[in-house]
Design a protein around this ligand. Sequence first.
Ligand SMILES: [Zn+2]
Length: 293
Amino acid sequence: MEEKYQIELVLNDNLSLQELEITNRYWFIEDGIFKETPSNIGREFGLRSFEISTIARNGSYLNITQYCSGCKLKQELKADSITLAKTYLKPSWTCTTCLKQIEQAKFDRLKEEKILTQKRRFNKFVQATEEKAWYKFTRTELKLLIQMLQAPSTKHLIEKLIELKEKKYWSILHRANEYGLVDLVKNSKNYIIQHYPLYNLEEHVKPYLEVLQKPPSSTKEKHSRISFRMLKNKNRNSADDPLNNGVIVLGNDVVFKAGEPLSYALYARENGDVHLSITPSDKIVKYKNLTRT
Ligand SMILES: [Zn+2]
């Protein structure tokens, strides 16, 4: 095993036999522990403990050699008392140069982690915006989420949720985190310590929430035609995953009658997107006739 430090007892030349014995016993150390106390030694010699300490300190000192745990730099320390020696005999010692390097490395790592976290959060929000992830929630849920996210701080938000004692709020918040409407930062005990809402969330969800407020008369109009763009599935990992997916919201009811022939068509669009159109066959004829005249 590598030695953490070396200890050398340096004695004055002119010590009497008694002084030599006292001094040797005073400094007797095993596995970093001083085995004797000045009062114990003093009892045997009929001396007080401070007299034992004085004899030892006047006639000797401990030379402690340490090596830096990082660069193996050598450091020599002189201890003329057990109290001082104890402060020097640490399990390991690191020089100031190495300490600075360790601090710098720690700082760099934290900085790197912060950049990665921000990047991940940015990508999460971009994906949620592209997918229009808010359509995965009901309007009521979204309204509750927006209310929750208006909390002035994470502390306020969590306190309020605890106070409300309602599982559904927690569920909405965790789903919002999963779908990218909010980014929750948790500590090692899995407690939420910080939350970052998707930028401009309220602006994004406005069209979805406003559809509901349209007068019911507009829904009376029935369009038996459906046509929309299908976004390429950017998270496709296997053949089982859909080529294109997403969520659409119709402004009106669409009714297709049983027994009515429907024409469907799929058009290629840029970036792997496609456009799907389903129309009753007779309508196509009509439209074609109209455009030709
Ligand atoms: Zn060092």
